[in-house]
Design a binder for this molecule. Structure first.
Ligand code: ADP
Length: 194
């Protein structure tokens, strides 16, 4: 993969279900850039307090220092002009402004690597990820392993009954499922077949 453009700026998007390795992949790319002595900064939205407020943390416990922002615009305020690579995790929790922010950063010549869930607990597209996918130069779709049958898992099964779109949690609250074993009715009170 080459990352050559007029000013070096580009957008890479990493999407997939929970547990598919998006954060691991983001951390891997950021670490390689650091090893190559590039200046990097990682941001995440305030809403994701699952494991740490000043690190992004994968489900496999890889971690990397990050800065927390309440709104996407704050990334532009906090980004150092010398930063060459900007990482953004859990991008699905930002509003549509994140799209313009990523475009701006890429136009400034920065390599922008954005990771986020492409679908919510009902299997519906999780905005603003579809817009980010449309403007990205490079897209990586990652999959987990279905905990029921071992097939590639493209869906995040919510295991508790709750209709909030944003319900932060990890194992015990969510698990990876393939198309055959994903059942969105499980998480909707009154609709569950079980
Ligand atoms: P994401 O950011 O996509 O939620 P992470 O990078 O945080 O994913 O975590 C990926 C890790 O999750 C895997 O390396 C593995 O250790 C763990 N994991 C837990 N459940 C599964 C599963 N069903 N399939 C694959 N990996 C899983």
């Amino acid at each position: 993969m080459s990352f050559v453009s007029m000013n070096g700026g580009c957008i890479e998007v990493i999407v997939g279900s929970m547990f598919s390795g998006k954060s691991e992949e983001l951390i891997r790319r950021m670490r390689r850039a650091e090893i190559a002595r590039q200046r990097v900064q990682v941001f995440k939205p305030l809403i994701d307090k699952r494991y740490s407020e000043d690190h992004i943390v994968s489900h496999s416990d890889l971690r990397m220092k990050s800065e927390t922002v309440e709104k996407a615009d704050e990334i532009l305020e906090k980004v150092d002009p010398r930063t060459e690579v900007v990482g953004i995790d859990e991008a699905q929790f930002f509003d549509a402004t994140i799209v313009a922010v990523c475009n701006r950063l890429a136009d400034m010549g920065k390599r922008v690597i954005v990771a986020g869930l492409d679908k919510d607990y009902l299997g519906k597209p999780f905005e603003p990820m579809p817009e980010l996918l449309a403007i990205a130069e490079y897209i990586t779709k990652s999959m987990a392993i279905c905990v029921i049958c071992g097939a590639p898992a493209n869906y995040t099964q919510r295991l508790v009954q709750n209709e909030e779109r944003v319900l932060v949690g990890a194992s015990g609250v969510y698990e990876a499922r393939c198309r055959r074993h994903f059942d969105p009715t499980l998480s909707v009170p009154g609709l569950s077949k079980r």
